[in-house]
Design a protein around this ligand. Structure first.
Ligand code: MV4
Length: 449
């Protein structure tokens, strides 16, 4: 029975997890770095332990220290949040070896879905639509050229161990390929210690649409509809919404059923997300699977009325899902924007001391905060300081409420990306649902600060 949880994370997601634990009467242990000693999540937990220095290697990635604290605090389970160790199979394994419940899937499933080529193979076996391409690493640029000829240009060159677009390049002809192959292979080897490359058919003007799933330890699984996350900047999501205004009911159902088939074929349990590329003809292709709770999970919570952290804890506790697919409701529309401490002109992180914070309140407005009015935003971690989630009965109502909320969202003392967010949400193309992955490049020319 899980009575006490260590949250192996920081910022807004740590506070968010603690909030649900409190609602469930579960004890909470926060771990924090020196730079986070004044962060709200630290005082919000029942207990808090200093990890040591501020660099992530000394703190939030310090497995030995985290497990020592878990032992000392006598916790029953560890919630990894997202990022940091949340998709580290060795960490999940170490938790279980220490007699702790890791709130997430089994270590071998984390390992399996963490490698693109492995994951592709498993999805192919499960009959999930894949982008036409090659499911095993290419040996050299000669083979790459042969495979590219077979698939037909344009193609996308990708690193197996890649993520966030690193080691990825769209290629339109053969001479481009030979130059690009070596370069990306070296970059992938440098970045990931793994230079395996593979090739896929290029999907033009794609949308990034992902399906949230929940699966218990008894083989029951449900999909909690989709999230549209196409508006990204350098592979960093900026705006996410649920449901997608692009999908029709039939595509939505087919994507959900594919996601269920996939999770059941790999023996998955807990919360997970399958990312798909969706082309202009609404054909969808498996991209990758995330074996963790995602930053953007609140938009799914708003339209289903479910608390995903509560569901994660119950599943980890060995409980069966208390509902079936028919009971999963989909009501209204929710949009999340990520507020970053960054210079709106250069997009560089802009750490500093917040001197004032005033938040919009009202119908359909939900805040997830990493900071308070006196916080110092440090340069050690991701510069996301908050998420603003706005929901309404329709997409139009949600957009109107979000516009007004952004107008009334004040962060003093540091620069933020609020001007960019306003530009996006106020743009006619956004209102029309023209939200493909090239939205920012296509529509956001200069930011009025
Ligand atoms: C693609 C693609 C087009 N065709 N694969 C971006 C990082 C990783 N999530 C996969 N990504 C893409 N893979 C093929 N075969 C276009 C992208 C892509 C993208 C995908 C989703 C959201 C934003 C994106 C931005 C640029 C490229």
């Amino acid at each position: 029975m899980i009575n006490k949880i260590l949250i192996a994370n920081r910022g807004e997601i740590a506070s968010r997890i603690i909030r649900t634990c409190k609602e469930l009467g579960i004890g909470t242990v926060a771990i924090y770095s020196e730079a986070d000693s004044e962060s709200p999540f630290v005082s919000y937990a029942d207990e808090a332990y200093l990890l040591g220095g501020s660099r992530v290697q000394e703190s939030y990635l310090n497995v030995a220290k985290i497990l020592d604290i878990a032992k000392e605090a006598k916790v029953d389970a560890i919630h990894p949040g997202y990022g940091f160790l949340s998709e580290n199979a060795d960490f999940a394994q170490s938790c279980e070896a220490a007699g702790l419940i890791f709130i997430g899937p089994k270590p071998d499933v984390i390992q399996q879905m963490g490698n693109k080529v492995e994951a592709r193979k498993k999805m192919e076996e499960a009959g999930i639509p894949l982008v036409p391409g090659f499911s095993r690493p290419l040996t050299d640029s000669m083979e790459a050229a042969a495979v590219a000829e077979k698939i037909g240009y344009p193609i996308m060159l990708k690193a197996s161990a890649g993520g966030g677009g690193i080691g990825m390049q769209a290629i339109t002809n053969e001479e481009e390929l030979s130059k690009a192959f070596e370069g990306n292979q070296k970059r992938a080897q440098l970045f990931f210690g793994n230079g395996d490359m593979f090739i896929e058919k290029l999907i033009e003007k794609p949308r990034h649409i992902e399906i949230q799933v929940l699966a218990d330890k008894f083989g029951n699984a449900v999909y909690l509809w989709e999230r549209e996350c196409s508006i990204q900047r350098r592979h960093q999501k900026v705006v996410e919404e649920a449901p997608s205004s692009f999908l029709d009911e039939e595509t939505r159902r087919k994507m959900g059923e594919a996601a269920i088939k996939a999770v059941q074929s790999i023996g998955y349990h807990n919360a997970g997300t399958l990312e798909f590329l969706v082309d202009v003809n609404k054909k969808f292709y498996f991209l990758e699977m995330n074996t963790r709770l995602q930053v953007e999970h609140p938009v799914t919570e708003e339209i289903t009325g479910l608390d995903l952290v509560e569901q994660q804890i119950k599943i980890a506790n060995g409980e069966k899902l208390s509902f079936t697919q028919e009971n999963v409701k989909r009501q209204g529309h929710a949009i999340e924007v990520r507020i970053y401490a960054e210079d709106p002109k250069t997009f560089y992180p802009a750490p500093g001391k917040i001197t004032g914070l005033s938040l919009p309140e009202g119908e359909g407005i939900r805040h997830e905060l990493a900071v308070q009015a006196t916080s110092v935003v440090s340069h050690f971690y991701d510069p996301m300081i908050a998420k603003l989630v706005v929901s309404g009965a329709t997409r139009e109502i949600a957009i109107d409420r979000l516009k007004e909320a952004l107008e009334n969202y004040k962060v003093e003392g540091i620069k933020t990306n609020l001007p960019l967010l306003k530009e996006i949400i106020e743009h006619e193309a956004y209102y029309q649902g023209d939200t493909t992955t090239d939205f920012i490049n296509k529509y956001i020319k200069k930011i009025k600060v």
